[in-house]
Design a protein around this ligand. Sequence first.
Ligand code: ZN
Length: 134
Amino acid sequence: MPEGADELAGLERRRAELYRELGQVGDFRRGSLNEVRRKCGKPGCACAAADHPGHGPQWNLTRAVHLKPGPELEKARREVAEYERFRDLVGQVTEVSEEICQARPAAPGDAGGGALPGTGGEKDDMHPAGPVAG
Ligand SMILES: [Zn+2]
């Protein structure tokens, strides 16, 4: 077994796990929930006091969706959390995949001999032809 094949197989397993997990992410939406309190501006109102936090709270989601405490807020919270999970998984898949790219040796035929149109005669300094070093 060539050196590095174990590592490569492990990385591929890890990536497959991440894909599986991606398939289990629930409804998600972009954005974050921010708790907002506001002063109404009425002089006689309790919120006029300097130490009053302001009316609310109100949770703002992306694009001016205003939610009050309750089922809708909890639903949005879950959806935003799933988006965070999705993004985290995508980041992990990307990292693992890049490691796989590094670990996977070039297959015979990958180097040069290009049958691709438009690549004939181009000099590719990044991938010198000839024996592979290291
Ligand atoms: Zn007020």
